[in-house]
Design a protein around this ligand. Structure first.
Ligand code: PXL
Length: 272
């Protein structure tokens, strides 16, 4: 069985963060391990999000625990300080495929990480990554090109991000491109591959970004080529968004069980 590790924040409400990662890893038939960098909570009265960061030593111990055995691929998510990005960059084994989801902000949250931390991502972590999966906004920040609103701008940003040393840049167009069609764009340092697909009209898509990167990571662990991994991840996230559900008054999440449990969910209601 392939082993897939995530080093990420916890999203207590279960849509994004390492909760999304672990559920997705399992859905892809792999074994998930996790080191928690931080915890994002939601105030039930207001819907406000809060971020708490774990001590560096505890993060280091968790990462050491993960690498007590063999690991086939690693995903990073929310790394909310320069010190954490530094630690992770230093101690991750260099011979295991690394997928960096450069989480800068989250839905309904203020930015989790600030400019100096973005610099650490650019200089320390991205040079080690096989794949990075910024959304449009993150790609604009990482490339220092600002707001991206067209395919041409996405291509420019992908090229600039690839110059940091990461081998494959996958920019998620998401629902931000403001049309019925969206575009995920893959740059491998030489060529662009376009993945146009429909935008699913639903507000219940929290966690889609984390789920996408987690699906790519699991597929890479299973030795799929990068392009096949991206295609599988796009299909899976489409299914997870289609089966998304409102989880609290403020936010609806994608459903990471969309493949395995989809039919059963129709057969069995929660009221037995
Ligand atoms: O979707 C980005 C994200 C990543 N990681 C954690 C989160 C979120 C969004 O809320 O909570 C822990």
């Amino acid at each position: 069985m392939k082993k897939v590790a995530t080093i990420a924040g916890s999203d207590a409400t279960g849509g994004g963060g390492l909760e999304a990662d672990l559920k997705t890893f399992e859905e892809f038939g792999t074994f998930g391990l996790a080191a928690i960098t931080s915890i994002v909570t939601l105030e039930p009265e207001t819907g406000a999000h809060h971020l708490r960061t774990l001590p560096l030593e505890l993060i280091q111990e968790q990462i050491a625990s993960i690498f007590a055995g063999p690991i086939d691929a690693i995903k990073t998510g929310l790394l909310p300080s320069q010190e954490i990005i530094g630690l992770v960059s230093e101690i991750l084994p260099k011979d295991i495929p690394l997928i960096v989801d450069p989480v800068i902000g989250g839905k309904g949250t203020q930015d989790f990480i600030k400019t100096d931390q973005v610099q650490a991502l650019r200089e320390n972590l991205l040079p080690q990554a096989l794949i990075t999966t910024p959304n449009l906004r993150e790609a604009g920040i990482l490339s220092e090109l600002g707001e991206l609103t067209s395919e041409e701008q996405m291509k420019k940003a992908a090229k600039k991000i690839a110059l940091l040393g990461v081998k494959h840049v996958v920019i998620k167009g998401g629902a931000r491109l403001a049309s019925k069609e969206t575009l995920d764009l893959h740059y491998d340092g030489r060529n662009f591959q376009r993945y146009p697909h429909a935008v699913i009209d639903t507000p219940f898509n929290h966690g889609a970004g984390c789920t996408f990167a987690a699906a790519i990571t699991a597929a890479i662990a299973k030795n799929y080529p990068v392009e096949a991994a991206i295609k599988q991840a796009i299909d899976f996230v489409q299914a997870a968004i289609t089966m998304g559900e409102q989880i609290n008054p403020y936010v609806g999440h994608v459903w990471h069980g969309a493949y395995t449990h989809g039919e059963k969910r129709l057969e069995y209601s929660d009221e037995q």
